[in-house]
Design a protein around this ligand. Structure first.
Ligand code: SAM
Length: 300
C-alpha cells in the first residue's frame, strides 16, 4: 500500500459496513453495536467529526458507496458484514473467555477492538497497523463520542518488519499470555513468507492462543481475486497500490497451517456464512465470493 496515506481499502470496508447498516432491507443484518460504532467511525473519518451531517450529504455519500460497490465487486459489502459477524461471534463465544490479550492486525477502521476493549475489563487490547492507517484511526478516535477502551496502537509495516519485531516494540504485549490474533482482510496484502511467520508466531505462543484470519482462495485460473471482481476494481487496487499478493488453494490451507504448527479448527466460505448467518428474507441477496475465514490453534 502507499506509505503516505491511510489504506483506501480500509475506508472501503468501513463505508461498506455503513452502507449495509443504513440499507432499508439489509440493515437488520448488522448487529446494533457494530452499526452504532461504524456510524460513529464514519462521522469521525469521513466528516471530520462534524456534530451534524446533513441529510443530503449522507444521501450523496450512500449513493457513492452504492455505486462503488456496483462497479467494483457486487455483493462485497454484505459479505464483509457477514465476515465481521462470524469473527466476532467466534471470538466472543469461544475464544475471549479463555484469553487475556486481543491483537488485531491490519485493523483499519474496524471497531472490534474498541468495543471489546471498552466492555472487557482487564483484557489487553492491541492493534497493529500500517503507520498511515494507524495515524488516521487515532485522529478519528480523538473525535469519538463513544467509549473506546484502553486500546494500544502499534505502528508497523508487517511486510517489512514481521510480526515478532512489531510486537517486541510494544511494552504492553505479553508473549506468554493466551491471545486471540485477528487478521481480517490482511493476509492478501502480505508476502507468503510473512503469512507463514505470523502462523509460526501464533503456534510458538500459549497453547490457548487462537488466530482468526481471512485469506483469498486461489481460483481455477490461479487468481486471488473475488470472483465477482471487475477489471475496474483490479485497476483501482493497483492504482492504490493495494493489489493482492497472496492467496491459497482451499485444499492447501490446512497443510500450510500444519507446516507452521497450527491446526485448522474451522473454516467458513462466503456461502457457509450466507446459510449460517443471513436471515431467511435475505438469503437470496447477492454476496461476493473468494475470501474464506479460518479459526486455527496451536497444534497438539
Ligand atoms: C482491507 S483493509 C482491512 C481492515 C480491517 N481489518 C477490516 O476488515 O475492516 C486492510 C488493512 O491492512 C492494513 N495493511 C495492509 N498492508 C499492511 C502491512 N504491510 N502492514 C500493516 N498493515 C497493513 C491496512 O493498513 C488496512 O488497515
Amino acid at each position: 500500500m502507499r506509505h503516505d496515506r491511510p489504506s483506501d481499502t480500509a475506508r472501503f470496508v468501513l463505508n461498506g459496513i455503513h452502507w449495509v447498516s443504513q440499507h432499508p432491507r439489509l440493515g437488520s443484518e448488522v448487529p446494533r453495536d457494530l452499526a452504532r460504532y461504524t456510524d460513529e467511525m464514519v462521522r469521525c473519518v469521513e466528516w471530520g467529526g462534524k456534530a451534524k451531517v446533513s441529510w443530503i450529504d449522507r444521501r450523496i455519500s450512500r449513493l457513492k458507496a452504492g455505486l462503488m460497490q456496483a462497479v467494483s465487486i457486487p455483493g462485497i459489502y454484505l459479505y464483509q458484514v457477514m465476515r465481521k459477524r462470524y469473527i466476532e461471534s467466534v471470538a466472543r463465544s469461544h475464544v475471549l473467555p479463555n484469553v487475556s490479550q486481543l491483537i488485531v492486525l491490519g485493523a483499519g477502521f474496524d471497531t472490534l477492538s474498541l468495543r471489546i476493549g471498552s466492555s472487557r475489563v482487564g483484557m489487553t487490547v492491541i492493534e497493529v497497523d500500517h503507520p498511515a492507517s494507524r495515524a488516521a484511526k487515532l485522529e478519528a478516535i480523538g473525535r469519538f463520542n463513544f467509549s473506546t477502551g484502553p486500546c494500544v496502537f502499534v505502528d508497523s509495516d508487517i511486510d517489512r518488519d514481521g510480526i515478532a519485531e512489531s510486537l517486541a516494540r510494544c511494552p504492553e504485549y505479553d508473549p506468554n499470555a493466551p491471545t486471540l490474533f485477528v487478521a481480517e482482510g490482511l493476509t492478501m496484502y502480505l508476502q507468503e513468507s510473512r503469512v507463514r511467520d505470523l502462523f509460526e508466531f501464533v503456534s510458538g505462543g500459549s497453547s490457548e492462543s487462537r488466530i482468526l484470519f481471512t485469506y483469498m482462495e486461489e481460483g481455477p485460473d490461479g487468481s486471488w481475486d473475488f470472483r465477482e471482481q471487475g477489471a475496474l476494481a483490479t485497476r483501482w487496487l493497483a492504482f492504490k497500490n493495494e493489489c493482492f499478493t497472496w492467496g491459497a488453494k482451499r485444499q492447501a490451507i490446512a497443510g500450510i497451517l500444519a507446516q507452521c504448527g497450527l491446526d485448522l479448527v474451522e473454516e467458513r466460505t462466503a456461502e457457509d456464512l450466507r446459510s449460517d448467518l443471513l436471515s431467511p428474507e435475505n438469503r437470496d441477496v447477492r454476496i461476493a465470493h473468494g475470501e474464506n475465514t479460518v479459526l486455527a490453534r496451536p497444534a497438539g
